[in-house]
Design a protein. Structure first.
Length: 171
């Protein structure tokens, strides 16, 4: 017969042992434990002592959340502006690509990382959009600002005009 060491009151990672439970049908010792999050569960002695069981599962959820969350700002207006900026510059299927990436306008490599873009530009203020100060240059910290629609309209590149009388309608 195996001697069972009393684990009551001991801590194993996030588990705190509350009391001994009835052995499993195979004779393994089981313990009622409480996780640091408040959830209770029954855990085998071997799983506790070896570190196989470290929590009720809450730690796994925390780890996955930490790994999947890069900046937590994907619902912000700045993030939407960043996505749109990158799409205009790099996606030939974007309706505006011909005005941006198609004519050589690119994002600086620093802004391939949203967090760096956000550190440079901050959150997009209400009713403002991302503007390039010099329309011949790309998107980079020294050439961008948040601007009103009026400022944007006044900062357009010149349109190509037709010579007077050179336009002939097709009938």
């Amino acid at each position: 017969m195996t001697v069972v060491v009393d684990l009551t009151g001991k801590r194993y990672n996030r588990w705190r042992v509350l009391s001994r439970e009835e052995n499993s049908p195979s004779g393994k010792a089981k313990w009622l434990c409480e996780c640091a999050c408040g959830q209770q569960g029954i855990v085998f002695s071997t799983a506790l002592r070896s570190g196989i069981s470290t929590s009720c599962g809450c730690r796994h959820i925390e780890i996955v959340t930490e790994l999947k969350t890069t900046h937590g700002l994907c619902t912000t207006k700045a993030y939407k502006s960043w996505i749109d900026m990158r799409d205009r510059c790099s996606n030939p299927n974007n309706d505006q690509y011909h005005n941006y990436g198609g004519r050589g306008i690119q994002c600086c490599t620093r802004w391939n990382d949203f967090q760096k873009f956000f550190n440079d530009m901050g959150e997009r203020p209400k009713r403002l959009t991302l503007e390039r100060i010099n329309n011949e240059k790309g998107y980079e910290p020294d050439n961008c600002k948040w601007a009103t629609y009026t400022e944007q309209a006044n900062n357009r590149r010149p349109r190509k005009s037709h010579k007077r009388g050179s336009y002939k309608p097709k009938f």
